[in-house]
Design a protein around this ligand. Sequence first.
Ligand code: KIV
Length: 271
Amino acid sequence: MSVHKEVKRITTHTLQEMKNHGEKIAMLTAYDYSMATIVDAAGMDIILVGDSASNVMAGHETTLPITLDQMIYHASAVVRAAKRALIVVDLPFGTYQGNSKEALASAIRIMKESGAHAVKIEGGIEIAESVSRILTAGIPVMGHLGLTPQSIYKFGTYTVRAKEEVEAQKLREDALKLQELGCFGIVLEKIPAQLAKEVSESLVIPTIGIGAGQHCDGQVLVIHDMLGINKGFKPRFLRQYANLAEVMNSAIKNYVSDVKAKEFPNEKEQY
Ligand code: KIV
């Protein structure tokens, strides 16, 4: 039985109960009102307003260019749509690294101006001070370890992280540190399934995996990828649940051809 069946709004406490009861957590990204309405109504536990908006909404190659103002714009639209899901918003690149006061100010802006419920932040021990400071303001924080896309120029590649023992050990320590600091959950991106299993079992708080195997306490995907809107992106971990690019392409082609053929609008479609 679902622990959150009667829950009006998912909270960080609901997520913890879900882990305690062995119920998996479903998380998906959304960046705008219309999509978030559909995602929320479908029973999503967490909607992530990810900085992947930089890629799928704005067409940038990386997540680095998106700004705090742009994240707040996307998050506000999602907040207006979602009645039930917990809404988590990414702190974008350059708004928290190396300056915990700036991190807190960025998180406060997100919470105050968008109405979201929590923030997500990439990194481990090196961002501990920022995580702590945000938490002192009563803002729930989700961690993000493994492949952290804001560090892509350090990694040089989007390949699987923590395959070597040194990096795996750092990830284990980072995960424990984030839990100790008070994070309510941690995203584990693109790491070996065995490591994700070990980390998930060692933590009290839930882990949410993307390309991190079946033993995480929940899963997250980027909505454009799983709906087949983002056609070129087909990593092994991605299950494509629809081919919306094809559906949309065919609908739009039909519209163009109806307009050209003077078949749209017809007599019933006018005043
Ligand atoms: O920005 C994002 O969409 C994310 C997910 C890939 C976890 O951080």
